[in-house]
Design a protein around this ligand. Sequence first.
Ligand code: AMP
Length: 362
Amino acid sequence: MPEPLPPGSTIGILGGGQLGRMLSVAASRLGLKTQIYNDTPDAPAFDVAAASTVGAYEDASLLSDFAKRVDVVTCEFENVPAKALHVAGEIAPVFPPAKAFSVAQDRLAEKDFVSGLRIPVAPYAAVDNLGDLNKALARVGTPALLKTRRFGYDGKGQVAIHTQCEAETALEKIGAAPSLLEGIVPFQRELSVIAVRGQDGETRFYDVVENVHQGGILATSRVPASISDSVVFEARKIAGTIAEALNYVGVLCVEMFQREGEEPGLIVNEFAPRVHNSGHWTIDACRVSQFENHVRAICGWPLGDVSRHSNAVMTNLIGDDVEAWPALAAEPGLGLHLYGKAEARPGRKMGHVTRLTPKTSD
Ligand code: AMP
């Protein structure tokens, strides 16, 4: 086991969005510094970091200069190119491990990986052309979702197919990109598990989160989820199995469906090798947030207390929602988090709020 990085050390973060911003704030509380690397100059994390680099993720020489200035490298988005991780990894330790990114970046690799661990996933088939799609529809059935294998997020890069005759139009809508057909899972609820795994393999789990998406974008996250202890146990077991199989270090989020009418009935939708929007409530409702625990894990520190002191509902402020900030700022007991983004475009995550109530169960 390497020595823990002492206070005063510097974390390099690839990506400068709100997740990088909240990671930086958490790191600063522990006396650690951050440097941010982002491909555009308007990154929310730049406001709260010791230094910032604007450059392409393909720029090997800029990336290696960046890695030389930091003690450890991490990422706050999952589509960081494999090459960038490799370049940084030649110079500094990189956590989470590159494999977590290569698997999570490709929906097909991700489904193969998760089902290879004997964890249930939705029925799926790879699609590269109309012939594949017709065969896939015969196997997977309808309704189904055609998803691009790469670069899909917040419901982007997805088309629903209700009948076989929609196949050709769906393929046109998705473009020529390699894709995946996935059966639509009739679910009673969506859940996520935020886990943190240290360099020594110790793994801790926050309380299971119940999520509601609108238009493919996370709208609210609630804890405790209205699920039985056996579902909690199973959900954590699944997340722990994935973390261990990846030899993971840092915070990992595993998103799941609970099938309609089944107990536990859990199906993994996807995992994110990073801190996650469905874990934002941990800032206000837990002793140690997902952001601080990610920092602790990658720096080789003891993991922090994941216990929850309150019930919480986190609501994203998307697009114009953020204009309500004066009223939100006046609301007693509300945790208001604004990401400092200049323009409130539709669908853009501008901030979030967390409402706490007294804790009712574990
Ligand atoms: P994704 O981009 O895969 O995270 O999907 C975004 C959201 O779309 C999910 O959180 C679900 O609400 C919905 N969704 C995605 N895949 C499926 C599926 N196979 N069955 C039912 N709903 C899905």
